[in-house]
Design a protein around this ligand. Structure first.
Ligand SMILES: Nc1nc2c(ncn2[C@@H]2O[C@H](COP(=O)(O)OP(=O)(O)O)[C@@H](O)[C@H]2O)c(=O)[nH]1
Ligand SMILES: [Mg+2]
Ligand SMILES: [Zn+2]
Length: 304
């Protein structure tokens, strides 16, 4: 019997691909039934990036995770799905237009990354499509998110803007590419390493055919070093493992300001002497970010 440890590089629902990184010697594996049973409430007990122990073609154990990102479906089932494990950096890809970025959705992903201790960089993609037409909108976006404390990297696979920089940043790390479908995640991965073949423009096709978008998470090795995990478009992004009272701590600018609140605990909604509200009023904290926070408090009420 052959056994050993390897990393999960593809999760296709029913089967997995493993490799002995940094060797890219990909092989197929299935999951031992017992592992499935142990993870009630989680749709996938094994995720891309997981280190596992296998015996022959069967995964028998998931080794302890350094971190992971989990997504809870926003429908009634509230099933949780592990997006990826052992990630060094999450790149949250958004385009200002085509498709238009939804800030509450972006903020929700950023909070989730914070909860799971994964640093996040925002990639503002497809800049070739709106740099001329909307320079103010780009500047405003930078101000909001760099002001909050997140790096923002502008990219275009057409002009090549930001690609070298992104490639350099990805080197030596495991990088998760996340974000709504159609924002250009797969295109970016292709631009980072043209020898790779991630499926581009998949989602619109699946949408037209009314197909259920499969949850295919796949890791790719970059010729320039490091690994990238491509993920399908995420729609709902429910909060997991986060008490309502804790949400503000994952808005870095709110956490900073909250030191000055008169009352503890402070929900930063109605309390007198709230330093967060004062910072929103003075424009120091962006109204959009604060709105996202309020939205998350509201949503939290719905689910508990
Ligand atoms: N103009 C322009 N189009 C892009 C860029 N990146 C991706 N696209 C297009 O946007 C669509 C969706 O890209 P894809 O990489 O599949 O997005 P994903 O769903 O996030 O993986 C495709 O038609 C791409 O050709 C870009 O930088 N500039
Ligand atoms: Mg894609
Ligand atoms: Zn407050």
């Amino acid at each position: 019997m052959e056994s050993g440890e390897a990393t999960v590089v593809l999760n296709a629902g029913s089967h997995y691909m493993l490799a002995h990184l940094p060797e890219w010697d990909v092989f197929t594996a299935v999951l031992r039934g017992r592992l499935r049973l142990k993870s009630a409430g989680i749709t996938n007990p094994v995720a891309v990036g997981d280190r596992v122990r296998y015996e022959d073609d069967t995964i028998v154990e998931v080794l302890p995770r350094r971190n992971y990102v989990i997504r809870r479906s926003t429908n009634l089932s509230r099933q949780a799905h592990i997006i990826a494990a052992n990630v060094d950096m999450a790149y949250i890809v958004v385009s200002l237009y085509f498709p238009e970025v939804k800030l509450p959705f972006l903020d929700r992903i950023l909070v989730t990354c914070g909860v799971y201790g994964i640093p996040a960089t925002i990639v503002l993609s497809k800049t070739d499509m709106y740099r001329e037409e909307a320079p103010e909108a780009i500047a405003a976006f930078h101000e909001i998110y760099e002001g909050a404390g997140y790096p923002v990297l502008e990219t275009s696979v057409l002009t090549g803007e930001g690609i070298d920089e992104l490639r350099k940043a990805c080197s030596g790390c495991v990088n998760l590419f996340s974000g709504e479908s159609g924002v250009g995640k797969s295109s970016l991965i292709k631009a980072l390493d043209p020898s790779l073949d991630p499926k581009i423009g998949q989602i619109s096709e699946a949408h037209l055919q009314g197909k259920h978008t499969t949850s295919l998470y796949q890791m790719y090795p970059l010729a320039s070093g490091g690994y990238v995990i491509d993920s399908p478009g995420i729609r709902g992004f429910g909060l997991v493992d986060l008490e309502k009272e804790e949400i503000y701590k994952y808005f870095p600018e709110m956490l900073r300001a909250s030191a000055g609140c008169r009352f503890t605990p402070c929900t930063h909604t109605h309390e007198p002497g709230c330093a967060v509200k004062a910072a929103v009023d003075s424009g120091e904290i962006s109204a959009e970010r604060y709105n996202s926070y309020l939205g998350m408090l509201e949503e939290d009420k719905k689910f508990r």
